[in-house]
Design a protein around this ligand. Structure first.
Ligand code: 5GP
Ligand code: ZN
Length: 115
């Protein structure tokens, strides 16, 4: 999608610190890390938010959570200590980039509840 920063990163038009890529997903370090490990897992397809998942996205959603998350957690060394996944959705959910992305945060003890 034109003028979408994460579409541009997925297309290689904007640089990122990539940690993972396959045919349908890219993951890269967050520009403003909130933890020692903070990466964004992003479908290459432009889906605005988790509220916009369609039936055709089931395989993609499963791929992200079943395949990519455990692999990335292992690669980034946070499997045993634990980590947090965050999927901010819409304004009240704190979403600032309108292209669906899952934050994977780790490397420190997380607090709860979030602000
Ligand atoms: P949200 O608030 O939408 O859940 O998260 C958006 C995240 O994207 C923020 O943590 C922000 O730091 C990150 N971000 C925004 N623009 C860029 C960018 O151009 N490159 C990278 N690597 N991260 C970005
Ligand atoms: Zn996009």
């Amino acid at each position: 999608m034109a003028d979408c920063i994460f579409c541009k990163i997925a297309a290689g038009e904007v640089p990122s610190q990539k940690v993972y890529e396959d045919d349908s997903v890219i993951a890269f370090k967050d520009l403003s890390p909130q933890a020692p490990v903070h990466v964004l897992i992003v479908p290459k397809k432009h889906i605005r938010s988790a509220a916009d998942f369609a039936a055709e996205d089931k395989e993609l959603a499963a791929h992200i959570f079943v395949d990519v998350v455990p692999k990335l957690a292992a690669d980034l060394g946070v499997t045993d200590a634990g980590f947090r996944l965050v999927l901010n959705t819409g304004d009240d959910g704190g979403q600032t980039v309108p292209h669906l992305h899952v934050h994977l945060l780790g490397g420190r003890k997380m607090t709860w509840p979030p602000g």
